[in-house]
Design a binder for this molecule. Sequence first.
Ligand code: PMP
Length: 452
Amino acid sequence: MPTSALIESDRKHLIHPVASLRAHEARGVTILESGRGAWLRDIDGNELLDAFSGLWCVNTGYGHESIVRVATEQMSRLPYATGYFHFGCEPAIRLAEQLIDKAPKSLRHVYFTLGGSDAVDAAIRYITNYYNATGRPQKKQFIALERGYHGSSSVGAGLTALPVFHQNFDLPLPHQHYIPSPYPYRSESGGDPQAVIAESVAALRAKVAELGAERVAAFFCEPIQGSGGVIVPPKGWLKAMRDACRELGILFVADEVITGFGRTGPLFACEGEGVEPDLMTVAKGLTAGYAPMGAVLMSDEVYQGIADGAGTRAAVGHGQTYSAHPVSAAIGLEVMRLYHEGGLLANAAAQAPRFEAGLRELLAHPLVGDARSRGLLGALELVADKATKRRFDPALNLSEKIASTAYRNGLIFRAFNDNILGFAPALCYTGEEFGVLFERLKKTLDTVLDAP
Ligand code: PMP
């Protein structure tokens, strides 16, 4: 089918939930044909450097033959086993073992989902069961961060504090509450790390006091907020929040859907901060985009909620047809091998300083007010006035324009609200590819500066 016919058919029949209208009106969709490493090719043969790993998920890069091989083998041996009832399969068991082996040691049990949203949903179910099982059914209030994103199910979208995900749906739900984001660049304290941490801890304490500690179930956070604009809190923030939760008698849930699997350096951001959460949600890099899968990991204590007195499991009243899917699990195992034995974590660690330096150099650019990153997760924040940090008029749609210009220059990254540009290059990036990324990015920013 010719490209124009495909685009027209896509326009008529397919929904692109967030970018739909803007993408169609600005440039139409890009129909992708193939990918290798960090590079994508569209059906017209244009080569695009992907600086966002798909949707922060293809951490391994595209086109790994070994992943294709294990997926094909698993598909022909056993494509399906329902974990809903009492069936299991070796890949899911081995993947659970590996996750438990490599995740913070507080986490001992795994429930596999299809992605991040249902991992968040499942976490809420397990937390609720836990409090019921331990005689505290009134603990039902959940606290999350402003600018946080926790998925697109009604419960996850409610915990998400981005207005676009609430509109028309009576969200947040009555038991969902937020405290301010730890946003150093725009904090009242001018970004002093200790002050940012103290502000967050004080806000959490105040919110718990307002709601009543006996009614609060848990605090959910992303170790680095992704969809809210790659907000990087100071080192030590995660630990301080974890400790505050323990002191306040509420569970601490780390949503590592983006930050997991080497994105910020170590396999999990919690590991890098010496934090042991009560629950952790993961997805994306777990299968690196080669198949859908997520998981919620939980401590022995939370697991009590589904264990009876004799330690056997009771029914949770929650499950999915494709949970612990054998093909996804086999892919997950191979992806874990690539992170470790395949050298991807080591490469990411070696390349991270180059990524950080490239972003930091762009602070000299007239449009760039802030450059922030940890590992291979980073952002530039554009401002109309560097001294006052004044944002551009949203009507200018500047970050969308920049992303579209970059795309024409053969570079893909993500435009967020508030003129924030987000980057999440694959863990396989070479030094040369970082060179191309920053050359194309600079060219793009210069073009937009000349004709905003
Ligand atoms: N939590 C976080 C932190 C996420 O970034 C996302 C997805 N961007 C989700 C949950 C939801 O994951 P999914 O889209 O796989 O349902």
